[in-house]
Write a protein that binds this ligand. Structure first.
Ligand code: HEC
Length: 160
């Protein structure tokens, strides 16, 4: 290789390196302060793992009570139709869970639901889901969960 050509090759390689570094720096600067990604579904602690919802999704009395609890404590964040876009919390990151998202909801088992409503996200307090165990009894928690579980069904039937 001639000296001139080698110099040009080297200059090109340096340029590529600099561009890569600049890109990485820009990406780092632009990173969100709090991750917007849905958290993965962490397995619930062992004491929750095998819990079963005592109410069925057709239990009218449980649903009526669950709806009252939802409309008092949950809708401001999770939205009146359960789509995660409540008036109180339009901009929070990550946003409140969209209960009409069939894909996510179908991966949440009873123990997971109960754990999250009772304890919130104790492992990460930047996720603004309160721990309702201080306010609601276990029975009330199951009823509001039962009501929330119907949002995906309702969204499905509206799409048809
Ligand atoms: C202050 C706003 C706020 C209120 C009020 C609220 N939530 Fe949440 N909730 C959130 C946010 C934000 C998340 C999502 C956290 C995340 O994904 O990082 C969440 C997540 C959840 C989850 C976990 C679902 C998942 O995707 O893992 C359940 C279950 C839930 N909420 C139920 C309820 C119930 C039941 C109530 C009322 C008793 C309620 N929430 C009230 C903000 C709220």
């Amino acid at each position: 290789m001639e000296a001139r050509q080698r110099n040009r090759t080297q200059a090109f390689a340096t340029g590529v390196m600099l561009a890569l570094l600049a890109g990485a720096a820009a990406g780092w600067l632009a990173r969100p302060l709090v991750s917007n990604a849905r958290p993965k579904l962490e397995p619930p602690p062992a004491r929750y793992a095998n819990l079963k919802n005592p109410y069925s999704l057709t239990d009218e009395a449980a649903l009526a009570e669950g709806e009252k609890i939802y409309n008092r404590y949950c809708w401001l964040c999770h939205g009146a139709t359960g789509n995660g876009v409540g008036p109180g919390m339009a901009d929070i990151v990550p946003p409140p869970t969209d209960f009409t998202d069939k894909d996510r909801v179908s991966r949440m088992n009873d123990g997971y639901w109960f754990w999250r409503v009772k304890e919130g996200f104790p492992e990460d307090l930047t996720r603004l889901m309160p721990a309702w165990g201080k306010v609601l009894t276990d029975d009330q928690i199951w009823k509001v969960i039962t009501y929330e579980m119907t949002f995906a069904q309702k969204a499905e039937s509206q799409r048809k």
